[in-house]
Design a binder for this molecule. Structure first.
Ligand code: SF4
Ligand code: SF4
Length: 189
């Protein structure tokens, strides 16, 4: 049969000599590689004691924000879910009842808001689509877990605690702020 390319290499099965049969050259070669790496600067770090410096546009775990009075900003409009390319966001909207004005800023709110973090690709489109400045990707790393179900984050993990606000300004670089000054994105100011 005609070869498809001239890169073909014919391998010959030669009998091993004495040194090769003792595996000495291979052992010395392996040890020399180990020794070489021994004196090199390690490429790994001891996380979580040590942390790498992130790029300024790093996008980590989401936060559902509250307004200055502690009310949830999300109005369950669904734009974030619609813009999500990974279909990672699920929500169920509910109407704000009388007496709940201190909890939710708008008349409609997300009774259920979930992000499947195993589907999420941290593209940030949900943040860009949100007309209420309600969802932000932060500089926080996602916690690890052993079970897949634990990666479906609900409001208990996403909504920022009233007394422990999440700082989202770290990712608001000059470029992002400039982007938000454009008229067509003014809803995102
Ligand atoms: S960051 Fe991207 S993939 Fe993740 S939930 Fe938001 S829109 Fe979806
Ligand atoms: S997070 Fe923003 S875009 Fe998503 S449902 Fe709430 S208000 Fe709408």
């Amino acid at each position: 049969m005609e070869p498809l390319s001239n890169k073909r290499k014919v391998l010959e099965s030669k009998p091993l000599n004495l040194m090769e049969r003792a595996y000495l050259p291979a052992i010395v070669k392996g040890l020399s590689i180990t020794l070489k790496h021994f004196f090199k600067k390690p490429v790994t770090i001891s996380y979580p004691e040590e942390k790498r410096e992130f790029s300024e546009n790093f996008r980590g775990m989401h936060s559902l924000k509250r307004d200055e009075n502690g009310k949830e900003r999300c109005t369950a409009c669904g734009l974030c879910a619609l813009s999500c390319p990974a279909e990672a966001i699920t929500m169920i909207a509910a109407e704000r009842q009388k007496g709940e004005e201190h909890l939710y800023r708008e008349e409609k709110y997300a009774a259920v808001y979930e992000i499947n973090m195993l589907r999420c690709i941290f593209c940030g489109l949900c943040e860009e689509a949100c007309p209420k400045e309600a969802i932000f990707l932060t500089d926080r790393i996602l916690p690890t877990d052993y079970s897949r179900g634990e990666f479906v984050f609900g409001k208990d993990k996403l909504v920022e605690p009233v007394d422990e606000r999440v700082d989202v300004t770290v990712r608001q670089t000059a470029a992002v702020l400039e982007f938000k000054t454009h008229k067509q994105y003014s809803h995102n100011k």
